[in-house]
Design a protein around this ligand. Structure first.
Ligand SMILES: [Zn+2]
Length: 287
């Protein structure tokens, strides 16, 4: 594995091994420490840059957010400081002294450690809001002590945060790479073939299938490079390189606006630097 890959934001290693997840820890009695205030897909940070970690508010929940948050979740310890995720109601105006910073890598200005903590907070809140009722019988669930999981008091069903594996593939042919474009992306931006793993499929099968389905070509020499946790809301992106193995590019217009070969000396606008797509392109473009 390339030595930098594990330090991509959202992977826990990007927190330099100084983060201890809440699982198995006692929840601190006082809700004090640093706050990851999530509103939609953004983090509310302090304007003055003071606080334990850059611009995260520190101490108890800031007064401006009393009665304005729905869930408060203990995430764990970062540099021995308890971190709390809280979901701020969508209709709450950003209070004076705070500003919204997107957690989306294409738009964010946050440093990697804050971005990674924000990603953990986003995922924790997503799980909290989607696991309140038992998926088997509909009863309200309870937290399992010391775990992120939930248990149903009526039918005893237990479930844990769901992660969704997806493959992402850099297809290379000498000095050219096969890039794709979705219509929702910024104008002119191209990225890599990517898609979710189906039930019953290995990662390798998913990579071959996705490339064939999306762009119509065959690949060979598939190699695993690195992975990245992606909290929008809960994917695990598994990154591969592959060599072009034959076939003409045929774009699946249900999924993509365009797909084409680009010379590595003349690449278009690419995905943001915090993403595994960009990591693969920056480090593995040439076959
Ligand atoms: Zn149940």
């Amino acid at each position: 594995m390339h030595p930098q890959a594990v330090y991509l934001p959202f992977n826990r290693e990007s927190l330099e091994g100084k983060f201890v997840p809440a699982k198995g820890l006692d929840v601190p009695e006082a809700q004090q420490g640093c706050w990851l205030l999530i509103q939609n897909q953004a983090l509310l940070v302090t304007d003055n840059g003071q606080g334990i970690i850059g611009a995260l508010p520190a101490g108890p929940l800031p007064r401006a957010f009393h009665e304005k948050v729905d869930h408060i979740i203990h995430l764990g310890l970062y540099r021995e400081v308890p971190c709390w995720a809280a979901s701020v109601r969508a209709d709450c105006e950003v209070p004076a002294g705070f500003r919204q910073e997107s957690l989306l890598p294409a738009q964010t200005h946050l440093p990697i450690d804050v971005l990674s903590l924000g990603g953990l907070a986003l995922q924790a809140i997503h799980w909290e809001t989607t696991s309140r009722h038992c998926p088997r019988c509909g009863e309200r669930t309870a937290s399992i002590n010391g775990e992120l999981g939930k248990r149903c008091p009526r039918c005893s069903y237990e479930h844990y945060p769901h992660l969704h594996p997806a493959v992402i593939v850099l297809v290379r042919d000498g000095e050219r790479v096969l890039l794709t474009r979705k219509s929702i992306w910024a104008k002119g931006r191209y990225g890599l073939v990517a898609g979710f793993v189906d039930a019953g499929e290995s990662l390798e099968e998913a990579a071959h299938r996705e490339v064939e389905e999306e762009v119509g070509v065959q690949i060979r020499d598939l190699h695993y490079i690195a992975s990245q946790y992606w909290p929008f809301p809960s994917q695990l992106m598994v990154g591969f390189t592959a060599a072009y193995g034959g076939g003409d590019v045929r774009v699946d217009h249900e999924e993509l606006e365009d797909a084409r070969w680009f010379s590595i000396h003349d690449l278009p606008d690419l995905p943001p630097k915090h993403s595994i797509a960009r990591f693969l392109l920056d480090n593995y473009a040439r076959l």
